[in-house]
Design a protein around this ligand. Structure first.
Ligand code: AR6
Length: 169
């Protein structure tokens, strides 16, 4: 049974086995939560991302997939990088957003991570409406068979936190 918990705040301050990063396919950093994770986690994370890009992820990480690196100086063992879809009003990309959560949990299981913190993937630069993102995130975690015992959604802004709180109840 996986507990779903909610925290309003900065995910880089959390103490968990794995922190999920809302990355982009380059894996080479960006703004938002990605920038914050690299800033606080230090250069070891980017160094490992570069090694992945030089190896089997030469073309980058596809939308909906996930891959782990060290967590560097963060209070976690791993960062699991996943690439959310950009929200579209003409195309239903919700399967890709669900896949980010499923794949991150699959990678967490491979690592043996039991506690995993997720940000609200795609709700920033990628413009996914928070209510819908919360629905997809919570439904997907509930429907995924995993050995992770706690999924902690760490929501930076109040509006996104309220959207998740309405779902988790
Ligand atoms: N802790 C927790 N959540 C945060 C933090 C933080 N420190 N900082 C921001 N958020 P975004 P996306 C929230 O834009 O929409 C990057 O440049 C934020 O309020 O980080 O998936 C990547 O490199 C929002 O609710 O990610 C990609 O290019 C949520 O995290 C692109 O942005 C996600 O916002 C990915 O866009």
């Amino acid at each position: 049974m996986t507990d779903i918990t909610l925290v309003q705040g900065d995910i880089t301050r959390e103490s968990v086995d794995a922190i999920v990063n809302a990355a982009n396919s380059s894996l080479l950093g960006g703004g938002g939560v990605d920038g914050a994770i690299h800033r606080r986690g230090g250069p070891a994370i980017l160094a490992e991302c570069r090694r992945l890009r030089a190896g089997h992820l030469g073309k980058g990480l596809s939308t909906g997939r996930a891959v782990a690196t060290t967590a560097g100086d963060l209070d976690a063992r791993w960062v699991i990088h996943t690439v959310g879809p950009v929200h579209s009003t003409t195309e239903d990309r919700s399967g890709l957003l669900a896949s980010c959560h499923r794949e991150s949990l699959r990678v967490a299981d491979e690592l043996g991570a039991r506690t995993v913190a997720f940000p609200a993937i795609s709700t920033g630069v990628y413009r996914w409406p928070p209510d819908d993102a919360a629905r997809i995130a919570v439904e997907t975690v509930r429907a995924t068979r995993t050995s992770v015992t706690e999924v902690r959604f760490v929501l930076f802004d109040a509006r996104v936190y309220e959207a998740f709180a309405a779902r988790v109840g």
